[in-house]
Design a binder for this molecule. Sequence first.
Ligand code: F0G
Length: 455
Amino acid sequence: PRTMIEPFRIKSVEPIRMTSPQERLEMLQTAKLNVFKLRAEDVLLDWLTDSGTGAMSSAQWGAIMVGDESYAGARSFFRLEAVLKDITGMAHFVPTHQGRAAEKVLFTAVCKQGDLVPNNCHFDTTRANLEYNGVEAVDLVIPEGLQPSLIHPFKGNIDLVRVEEVLKKEGHRIPFGMITVTNNTGGGQPVSMANLRAYAALLKKYGKPLIMDVCRFAENAMFIKLREPGYENTPIKAICQEMFSYADGCTMSAKKDGMVNIGGFIMLRSDEWLDPVRNMLILTEGFPTYGGLAGRDLEALAVGLEEGMQEDYLRYRLRTAEYLGEKLEAAGVGFVKPTGGHAVYIDAKTVLPDMPVSQYPAWALCNALYLEGGIRGVEIGSVMFGKHLDDGSETYHSMELVRLAFPRRMYTQSHFDFAAEVIAEVKAKAREIRGVKIVKQSKYLRHFTAEMAWA
Ligand code: F0G
């Protein structure tokens, strides 16, 4: 049989609620035409993010009961530490409550005003935490990574030629290089092993350590297995171990491939930065053996990391996004190709080619998906990345995308079939979709709280 099934059965269920089109219109209007302001229970398929939203396994729920809640030296810390040392080969484990806390602790301890950090693409919180410390965050993804419809196996790769230019010119400002696997901001696209290896060697030549942002390391490893010659028969864990072998440290939001609802960490190979990092941790997160988490959270993560590397799970996971992509292709809806690991990024300009960007087509499409089928995605376009300048003018983003990000092990194939039908119906009725205008906005990260009206 060629159907790829969900490699699990369901033991605990949570109802989702179907609403009427009239109810959805009223709720969206109450939410000022901003899906962030909806109540989650009024959403049918919640694809706002894959972060912390997935289903835990019965083994994880079981592990929760044996969590050791001791303040210092808890057994759960040592259990998770052993798992992480095995996967990463790094000696020092620093738990944090989520990814951005790991970023804040590391950057505050290690970076200084005027520094520069290259990356394929910095995630927003990574960029914000660097900039908050006075550090310049430079995105150097390969040019292919910025063209939505162009097919390339590793669109998350970093441009090594441009990295070397920066190392030559700005080396004295660079405390370390970063790379994000998979590249979330660039469409959830993977980085190849060859690129990681060469980037690490290049940094080493200039005496710089490599810090990886590894939220989706297991999905990246599966892409390597499927796409990079020489890895077809390598077990996923061995691929992960090789990926980590090129890093001197990493930050992780465990809310993604850690398969948990909360958690994060820093791993460091040498003890050079350990004292300042631990001091900052104690100041802002907690004692070094829990770092802002409960003992039960550490237990759930120890189990989740191993489950997240299971090959049949990862095959199904990547296939899910690809499957929705195939249905969108058939409906004539454009999206970032090939599909990434955790999400599908719809190109709103292919659905609403005549809508001016001043009416925010990706935002309008996001609203239309909710109105038509109760689906919640997130706009990655000119509301998120455009700016309202002091002279009253507006800047716009180069792309108008709607990201549908999939919580792990939560939605089944029929949910995806339903979503594909909704998207096709929205495309067929595209002429009726109304653009929006911003009525109220904040200066930073305006998409979260903006109030809109129909244009
Ligand atoms: N790095 C990457 C690549 C991320 O995707 C995220 C979060 C973080 C760091 C920060 O981790 O949320 O645990 O503090 N991404 C989520 C998303 C929020 O929806 O893509 P966090």
